[in-house]
Design a protein around this ligand. Structure first.
Ligand code: ADP
Ligand code: MG
Length: 257
């Protein structure tokens, strides 16, 4: 099994504050890896590092054997795409928004590929619709089509289905799964939805206060987590920034009146 990413001693700081601190982590080629964790844990920052949008303050980030620094070669940038929680679509047609995914990477894609992707995402016939008139779920599916048109090696998803209805969540998960299965696309998905991690990921990890607290195959992560923090998070006892809320103390039974 090869690794898509190898992180070693990776730290990222903002204004002196360390928001990502990962001594060692690998993302395997062709896996779907889910990261869950409270907000402020550093999940989006880690995805930005994996997308080469920022260079880590310290440590090594290796992608397929190549160390990535400040100057990221264009051909490397093109291999990785991110879909964000709230996609920004241009004031153009749906089809134009999908094609732009390729354009900004210097590729031109014919209408057939665009139509096929729109069809897979339940958007057949939407090609000429103005993108700004779409519902949140439709817009997110367009954003996914725009990402997939370049056939990326790595698909990074940052809370891609937050606030979407089950129909849209299901459609998006199906396409992500089939892309992973058919093309071997490596997927890292950050999600608030632990059930989503369980549904689609082969491995799942908990991120808290910049650290990967636990990372295991998904079944183990959910059924026999090793770390107290994971148990607490899965139980819903963890809130923002990784603060741990201990369970309420057991009431002492009054022995006498
Ligand atoms: N560009 C930035 N400048 C300064 N601080 C940032 C920046 N981006 C994120 N942070 C801080 O880094 C921490 C982690 O943020 P983020 O990666 O967005 O967490 P998550 O995605 O897990 O909610 C937060 O405390 C956030 O305020
Ligand atoms: Mg985030």
């Amino acid at each position: 099994m090869t690794n898509a990413y190898e992180l070693t001693g990776l730290r990222h700081r903002y204004g002196g504050r360390c928001v990502v601190d990962v001594p060692s982590m690998q993302v395997r080629t062709g896996e779907i890896l889910a990261l869950v964790g409270p907000s402020g844990a550093g999940k989006s920052t880690l995805l930005r590092l994996l997308n080469f949008l920022e260079a880590p303050t310290e440590g090594r980030l290796v992608y397929k054997g190549n160390e990535v620094g400040h100057d990221v070669p264009l051909d490397l940038r093109r291999k990785v795409v991110t879909v964000f929680q709230r996609p920004v679509l241009l004031r153009r047609s749906v089809a134009a928004n999908v094609r732009i995914g390729g354009r900004i990477r210097g590729e031109r894609h014919g209408g057939e590929k665009t139509d096929a992707l729109l069809g897979r995402l339940g958007l057949a016939g939407f090609g000429h619709a103005p993108a700004r008139t779409l519902s949140a779920g439709e817009a997110q599916r367009v954003a996914l089509a725009r990402a997939l048109i370049v056939e990326p090696e790595v698909l990074l998803l940052d809370e891609p289905t937050s606030n979407l209805d089950p129909y849209n969540v299901g459609l998006i998960e199906d396409v992500v799964r089939s892309e992973n299965h058919q093309r071997g696309t490596t997927v890292v998905v950050v999600t608030h939805d632990i059930f989503q991690a369980r549904r689609i990921a082969q491995r799942s990890g908990l991120m808290m206060a910049g650290r990967i607290v636990e990372l295991a195959d998904t079944e183990t992560f959910f059924t026999t987590p090793q770390r107290q923090e994971t148990v607490a998070f899965l139980r819903g006892d963890l809130v923002d920034s990784g603060a741990y809320i201990p369970p309420p103390p057991k009431r002492r039974r009054r022995s006498r009146r």
